[in-house]
Unconditional design. Structure first.
Length: 203
């Protein structure tokens, strides 16, 4: 009985792989190779958590001057109104005021004299999304998918005394939060840092 030699086995193996790729090619190429980046304005709960978590981390990371026992007026400057439905800058200001109070600072009311005038320069507050799918979405058939959404906050502080002299120029900080989902056929794997009690998991 004739048996193929090593060379023939290699040829047959290569042909088998080539045939399998030909059979799979409609599934892998006809439907979708989908990759896009976008930022959202109509926010899901996940997106709100991404934004608020990145804001909280930036507020805690930024360097504060000595504020104990001093009256502090806070002014936040951003890139215009970031979202019509959500006031991100107001959230950031309130989070920073809470940190000032924890440091024994005194918040100056509007029109009151202040020992320190703190300007918060906000370079970014928002989310970025990346979505990759391999399969036939028109038939609701997916082989592999990866979804990643990140929240970013960038901010710095400039603090002056009552005479306008600069007493502190805190370096810029940028913090982020993330949420990722992988899907392979019917298996879904998640990884995120906005729910500390369950950072990873399989559905």
């Amino acid at each position: 009985m004739w048996r193929p030699g090593r060379r023939w086995r290699s040829v047959l193996k290569a042909q088998a792989i080539r045939g399998l790729l030909i059979l799979l090619s409609p599934l892998l190429t006809v439907g979708c190779l989908y990759d896009r980046y976008t930022s959202n304005t109509q926010r899901s709960a996940t997106e709100q958590l991404l934004v608020s978590t990145s804001v909280d981390r930036a507020v805690e990371a930024v360097e504060l001057p000595e504020v104990s026992g001093r009256r502090v007026a806070v002014k936040v400057v951003g890139l215009g109104h970031i979202d019509e439905d959500y006031d991100d800058l107001q959230y950031l200001q309130t989070a920073l005021e809470q940190r000032l109070l924890r440091a024994d600072g005194i918040l100056a009311e509007k029109g009151d004299a202040a020992d320190l005038r703190m300007t918060v320069l906000v370079g970014a507050v928002g989310t970025v999304e990346r979505h990759f799918t391999l399969g036939l979405p028109s038939y609701n058939v997916g082989v592999f998918g990866h979804y990643k959404q990140q929240g970013y906050t960038k901010m710095s502080l400039l603090t002056r005394d009552g005479s306008g002299e600069i007493v502190a120029d805190s370096p810029s900080v940028m913090e982020r939060a993330h949420h990722e989902v992988w899907e392979l056929l019917m298996i879904v794997w998640r990884r995120q840092d906005i729910f500390p009690d369950r950072a990873v998991g399989i559905d």
